[in-house]
Design a protein around this ligand. Structure first.
Ligand code: G1P
Ligand code: ZN
Length: 544
């Protein structure tokens, strides 16, 4: 029998959940009724969810397990017919997307704070994904947020905890809980896309790689695929055991936080290939021996070589990149005669393009790459893309990059972040840029000539929705660019992101130092935005 416990909720003091859902400190989620309030607000905002299937899983960070129990009991009390739960409460973000799609679920709850640290004093998060497997669009997240402000009770089944560690079905009230293998469906999807035999032969021939799972969710996925199925030696996957606190590190695959991997690839016995993924498995970093592939270049190389991979042998319908991502992929699209869509920052903008079949591949400069196989960016998928390309071409990562640049030219690219600056100063700076940048057209600035300047505005070609003020751009006649935008994910003050790109067609100049090559544009960016005067900062806090 179902007992609906009606409890008064604490007022929801959370800030508006962003596209990546609600992210807060664990201690905030642990407040009485806080988690329940948010979950009930989600359930209340869904239309026709009765008798439907819900997918539940997370990246295994601290609070993942108790949160799964609450969600299951609430789903049962809210009329869901079936819940598919990853074993132990584990599903990577791309695996959750895969499972939602495969079993035609109504939606899913993904528990993660992505690349942010985990642990009792660290971060937790909840995101709702819709039936296409992708992040809920703004109208859904807005409805959830509105609901959190007025909700005064929630429905939860009074029942003991469900066993989520052994596979199989159990009954919870009127609902079936099905504990599924966390990796199996995802692995099957990867098998359908990639040439596993060829990659297996490649490993057998002595090719060596290191995958850094950063003690986060991709450990079990990478071990199953790389070590068990593709025959890579045990130990290929490092930091493979998921830990609730990620071993105390930031599970963020970049040159700073994955420094052990970077050192390994620069060491005396360096393997041929290196890769890492983040807390919930959607980001990726690609390294070669002594080389780093920028995410923008990675997207371009993947697009140029996708036809070598079984799942993409028929070619690409089109590609999409977020506006600040370098235009390296545009040059590939031009050569292939396919369209490139330039979208605002954030994976949700790719959803309609993927659903409508307009694009096959998409990516962002922030270590996100993916395709139409799911509706999230996918770290392990990106690694398999590279592995399959390397297995076919039998060249080093550095050689593949060099050959790519020779054919398409090189887009030198860097992002400079100014974190924790004063919000009012940041807003005033953007206002100043919006007012001045359009007037720069045809002006000569140092050795560059401005073609035009604007504030990026996107009209979704599928539903016609308009997203304005997505970043101020200065476009130069030689294909170089400076882009300014404020981060939408920061927690303290404002973060200014300055994206700088210089196109170099001359292949004799492809071995230059990136920051030196971009120095004049960086200087120009500082002058145009008056960064020092307005923020007091003379240096960015992070350079990627
Ligand atoms: C950042 C990245 C963006 C990514 C988002 C969520 O957003 O720049 O590409 O989609 O995180 O992972 P931002 O802080 O720049 O708004
Ligand atoms: Zn992530």
């Amino acid at each position: 029998m179902i007992a609906h416990r009606i409890v008064s909720t604490v007022p929801f003091s959370g800030q508006k959940p962003g596209t990546s859902g609600l992210r807060k400190k664990v201690t905030v989620f642990q407040q009485p009724h806080y988690l329940e309030n948010f979950i009930q607000a989600i359930f209340d905002s869904l239309e026709d969810s009765a008798r439907q299937t819900l997918v539940v899983g997370g990246d295994g960070r601290f609070f993942n397990r108790p949160a799964v129990q609450v969600i299951l009991k609430m789903a049962a009390a809210n009329g869901f017919e079936r819940c598919l739960v990853g074993q132990g409460g584990i599903l990577s973000t791309p695996a959750a997307s895969c499972v939602i799609r495969k079993y035609h679920a109504f939606g899913g709850l993904v528990l993660s704070a992505s690349h942010n640290p985990g642990g009792p004093q660290e971060d937790f998060g909840i995101k709702y994904n819709i039936g296409n497997g992708g992040p809920a669009p703004e109208k859904v997240t807005d409805a959830i947020y509105t609901r959190t402000g007025v909700i005064d009770s929630y429905r939860i089944l009074a029942a003991p905890d469900v066993d989520i560690d052994s596979l199989g079905q159990r009954i919870l009230g009127d609902m079936t809980v099905e504990v599924i293998d966390s990796v199996r469906d995802y692995v099957t999807l990867m098998q359908n896309l990639f040439d596993f035999n060829r990659i297996r032969d490649f490993f057998r021939s002595g090719f060596r790689m290191r995958f850094d799972a950063m003690h986060a969710v991709t450990g079990p996925y990478a071990r199953a695929i790389l070590e068990e199925m593709l025959g890579a030696p045990v130990g290929t996957v490092m930091n493979a055991i998921p830990l609730e606190d990620f071993g105390g590190h930031h599970p963020d695959p970049n040159l700073v936080h994955a420094c052990d991997l970077v050192q390994t690839l620069h060491g005396p016995d360096a393997p041929d290939f290196g890769a890492a993924s983040d807390g919930d498995g959607d980001r990726n970093m690609i390294l070669g021996r002594m080389s780093f592939v920028t995410p923008s270049d990675s997207l371009a190389v993947i697009a140029a070589n996708a036809h070598l991979i079984p799942g993409y042998a028929e070619g690409l319908a089109g590609v999409a990149r977020s506006m600040p991502t370098s235009s390296a992929v545009d040059r590939v699209a031009l050569k292939k005669g396919i369209r490139v869509h330039e979208t605002p920052t954030g994976w949700k903008f790719f959803g309609n393009l993927l659903d409508s079949g307009a694009v096959t591949l998409c990516g962002e400069e922030s270590f996100g790459t993916g395709s139409n196989h799911v509706r999230e960016k996918d770290g392990v998928w990106a690694v398999l893309m590279w592995l399959n390309i390397l297995a076919v071409r039998r060249k080093s990562v550095a050689e593949i990059l060099r050959i790519h640049w020779r054919g398409y030219g090189r887009n030198y690219y860097s992002r400079h972040d100014y974190e924790g600056i004063d919000s009012a100063a940041a807003d005033a700076m953007m206002t100043h840029l919006r007012a001045t940048v359009p007037g720069l057209a045809d002006r000569r600035l140092g050795s560059f000539t401005v073609a035009c300047g604007d504030d990026f505005c996107y009209t979704d070609p599928v539903d016609g929705s308009v997203s304005s003020r997505q970043g101020v751009r200065v476009l130069f006649t030689d294909g170089s660019r400076i882009v300014f935008r404020l981060s939408g994910t920061g927690t303290e003050g404002a973060t200014l992101r300055v994206y700088v790109e210089k196109y170099e067609p001359d292949h004799t100049r492809h071995d230059q130092n990136t920051q030196e090559t971009l120095a004049e544009l960086v200087q120009l960016a500082n002058t145009l935005a008056e960064i020092r005067e307005r923020t007091g900062r003379t240096q960015p806090s992070v350079v990627t």
